[in-house]
Each structure stands twice: as C-alpha cells, then as structure tokens.
Design a protein around this ligand. Structure first.
Ligand SMILES: Nc1ncnc2c1ncn2[C@@H]1O[C@H](COP(=O)(O)OP(=O)(O)OP(=O)(O)O)[C@@H](O)[C@H]1O
Ligand SMILES: [Mg+2]
Ligand SMILES: [Zn+2]
Length: 467
C-alpha cells in the first residue's frame, strides 16, 4: 500500500466527496451559487468529521479561476496550491499554537494587502477557541470592518469557548458526528480502492469505535492494514482497540436476565482480562440494553445502527420491555456513583448484581405505563441524536393524547430550548407513536423560579446550537 496515510490520501477535494454533512454542504453551495458570500464562517463540531477539509474545499471554490464555483476545477494554480497547503492567498493558522495577540496583529496587517492570484484572501483559523482574550479582541476589530476581499473560516471543536461577540459575526455551520452507516460506507469505498481485504463486520466495529469520527476510523483501518496479513476480521479489530464484541454484551445481559450471579461476575472478569476498562463495560451494557429497548419498541432500523444479526440476537433474548426500561433506569441512576467510585470495578459488579433483582413488570409508574414508555423511547433515540435535548426531556413530564404530546418543563429557558429542537422531537415522536401529533411545550404553572437550575441549564447551552 502507498505510504501516504489514508486520511491524507483520501481527504475529500470536492464538496460531493464529503461523507455526510449534507446540510452544511447545501448551504455553502447555496451561498456560492447566489454569490452572497459572507465574510466570516464558523465550522463547529467534534474531531475528525471534515471541518478543516470543508474549509479548504470552500477556499478552493472561492479562489478557483472559474470561481466562485461549487465545482472547483482542481487543475488551476490556485486549486493545486490549496490542495498542497501552499497557496499564498489561503492562510491556514493553527489557533492552538498561535494563540496570542502578535499572531492576530500580523494577520490584520497582512489582511490589508489584496490577494496575489485569487479573488480572495482567505484565513482559515483552526481550533479558534484556543485564542487568548486579547487575540479575540484584535480579531474582532478585523471582523467589524473586514477588508473587502478577505474571508475568514474558523474551525472549532469547542464553540462554547468562542466569545459571543465573535460568534455573532459569523455564519455558523454545525458539523455532525457521522453515523456508523456513513462511516462504514466511507471505509468500504476506501478498502475497495486500496484492495484491502476486510469483512463487513470488521468495518462495522471500526465504525462503532470511531464514535462518529471519520479520521479515527481511517486511522484504525490503517493500523489494521499494517499488522494483519490476509483478511481483516472483527477479531483483529477487537484485538487492536480492546473492544468487547456485542457477543460479550449479549452474554452479560443474558446472564443478568437469567439471574446467574456467578456468570455475570465471571463475564465481567473476562472482559477486564481482555483489556477492557470497567467503565467501558458499564457503558457497553447500557448501550446494549438501549439497543434492546429500541428493538423491542420496533424502532425503524435507521435509528438503531445495528446489524441484522445483532437485531436477531437481541430478539432471541426475549426480554420484557418493562424490565429493560427498569434496568436502564437503574443503570443511569447509578452512573454517578460508578464514575466517582474509587474502585470502579467493584461498583460495577455491585450495580450489575442489583440488576439481577429487577424482575417483571414495573409497579405502575407515576405517569401511567404508556406515558412512561413514551418518555423512555424518546430518550433512547434522543440520547444518540441530541444528548442535550435528552437531558431536558429527562427532567420534563410528558403526556400524550390522540392529537398532542404535551411536555411540561420547570423553566422558561428549557421551554425555549425544546421549542427550538421541536422539529427533531416531533419527528421522533411521530415515528414512535406512528401517528401525526402536535408538540405542545409549556412551563408548569406552579413552578417558582429556581435560579440555580436555570443557571445550570444556561451553562449547558451557552453559545451552542441545539440540533
Ligand atoms: N465528512 C468527511 N467525509 C470524508 N472524509 C472525512 C470527513 N471528515 C473527515 N474525513 C477524513 O478525516 C480526515 C481529517 O478530516 P478534517 O481534518 O477535515 O477533520 P476536522 O473536522 O477538521 O477535525 P479536527 O477537529 O480534529 O481538526 C480527512 O483527511 C478525511 O480523510
Ligand atoms: Mg481540523
Ligand atoms: Zn481551479
């Protein structure tokens, strides 16, 4: 195989080569086509999902001889130089190592000169949240009166640390973690081009471990290629990343359901011996039960990220849904204890043993069985889609009738957040209930203002978009 590492060789060069991020691509293309191109952009989102890559493609689109165009020619001097990070007009600055006022002063100075070849002078500042307060102030001045041919693209994994004054002068694009499916299909096409012999299951587990990041997925693939001879299988993946198979979790959950204390502890022990971190086992069991909940709720497959085989496996466990809900509930309640415990392993063993005592249908939940169910099902989906909305739903009460789902919250602020995320909530609720519903979000009348809570929630959402 070629020496240059996969993630560099397969850096997308065109918007259409980017996996996922369709919403971002669509708006950027729209801006380019309409020639209404703002002067500052902020690309936010977790690591390795295409922010820097998209910034370079955008720069190419603007400065291509045929530009601004949504299909940069890839051949002109500008396109070539940007590809090699050599363009004089496109300056990439790593905010983490150039954090200070001097760097930004230099930038302001050079921004006064017009571009040499291209139409625009483009500054891409990566990890912009690392700039010092002074540097941000200096940057702000430039953003307030930008030289006409200057464009800024800021990228950050942590938009909450970018001052509001800067944020409000940028067009913001929230990049998303990629789904297991998206990552698999990307890896598959790379594997085909590189003639890498790898099973679909192995790809699936790489994608799972990559946790939304294509770069991480590519680098796992790369490492596998360097040490495996012959076909790469999921066992190689487990060996490399110390990943317990879904088989492992299936076994732990089965032993819990069957009430076999000794087997549960033996299984946990063997997992730890294979190199897994106890917390990873804990999380894995929660994830597995969540999957079981989705399967038992007949969720559409696109929400589940599970292979057909895993779904069959889970079905064969035949666990009562009420019971799963109570188990997940118990695990979530103990999470804090487990995290803080000095001996995580004992804490986990204890919690798992407590799960063995959970049986059959629950005592009637406060809100009535169906509503409790609905909330749990909603939470199960939201935890993956938008953990923050999930956190708010967790604190709210839910009531469904034929036409409406009514969510009652404690705080006006929470209400606003849920209304902003209303599209997603409504879509998920419609899928779960299999009927058209309207979403009503209101603040409980008798709730007096609790500033502590409100502040905590504000801190949680400060500066971040709710998806
Ligand atoms: N959406 C994507 N589609 C295809 N490949 C991607 C995508 N995102 C990342 N990659 C791959 O990962 C590599 C790194 O991506 P990139 O540098 O754009 O990530 P990033 O979001 O800027 O991450 P970081 O926050 O860590 O800087 C790319 O060279 C490419 O191989
Ligand atoms: Mg980057
Ligand atoms: Zn070009």
């Amino acid at each position: 195989m070629n020496h240059r590492i996969i993630s560099l060789r397969y850096r997308p060069q065109d918007f259409d080569e980017l996996t996922g991020q369709a919403h971002v691509v669509l708006s950027l293309k729209g801006a380019i086509k309409s020639q209404r191109i703002g002067h500052a952009f902020l690309f936010s989102g977790p690591r390795g999902i295409g922010k820097t890559t998209a910034a370079r493609i955008f720069a190419k689109s603007l400065n291509c001889v045929q530009g601004p165009t949504i299909h940069p020619c890839q051949k002109c001097q500008s396109c070539q130089e940007i590809k090699l990070s050599r363009s004089i007009d496109v300056v990439e600055i790593d905010g983490a190592s150039n954090r200070g006022i001097d760097e930004i002063r230099n930038l302001r100075e050079s921004a006064q000169y017009s571009p040499l070849y291209g139409k625009y002078k483009i500054y891409i500042i990566d990890e912009v949240h690392m700039l010092t307060a002074e540097a941000f102030n200096a940057l702000l001045k430039t953003l307030e009166e930008p030289p006409p041919s200057v464009k800024f693209v800021f990228a950050t994994t942590n938009p909450t640390r970018v001052p509001q004054t800067i944020l409000s002068r940028c067009e913001r694009f929230a990049f998303k973690r990629l789904s297991v499916k998206e990552i698999c299909s990307r890896l598959k096409s790379i594997a085909e081009k590189e003639a890498i012999d790898i099973t679909d299951k192995a790809l699936h587990y790489i994608a799972l471990r990559a946790d939304g990041s294509i770069r991480d997925a590519e680098s796992i693939l790369e490492q596998l290629v360097s040490f495996v001879e012959g076909t790469i299988t999921e066992d190689h993946v487990f060996k490399l990343v110390g990943f317990l198979s879904s088989e492992f979790y299936y076994n732990v959950v089965r032993q819990i359901i069957e009430g076999n204390y000794a087997e549960v502890l033996t299984a946990v022990n063997s997992g730890i011996e294979e190199g897994a971190d106890p917390l990873e086992i804990y999380r894995g069991v929660v994830d597995y039960l969540r999957a079981a909940l989705l399967v038992s709720s007949n969720m559409p497959q696109e929400f589940m990220d599970l292979s057909d085989e895993e779904i069959d496996h889970i079905r064969s466990l035949d666990i009562d849904r009420e019971k799963i809900i109570r188990m997940v509930e118990a695990l979530l309640k103990s999470e804090d204890m487990v995290r803080r415990s000095i001996n995580t392993r004992i804490a986990i063993e204890l919690v798992f043993c407590q799960l063995l005592q959970i049986d059959g249908p629950a005592p009637t939940p406060r809100e009535g069985t169906n509503k409790g169910d609905l909330k749990q099902q909603l939470l199960a989906v939201l935890q993956a889609e938008s953990p923050k909305l999930a956190a708010l739903i967790q604190k709210s009460s839910l009531e469904a009738d034929e036409k409406n789902v009514r969510i009652t919250v404690d705080q006006e602020f929470s209400r606003k957040i849920l209304v902003e995320g209303g599209h997603l909530l409504q879509a998920v609720l419609r899928k779960i209930l299999k009927r058209d519903i309207e979403l009503v979000v209101e603040v409980a009348e008798n709730k007096k203002k609790d500033n502590n809570l409100e502040n905590a929630i504000r801190a949680l959402f400060d500066g971040e978009e709710v998806r």
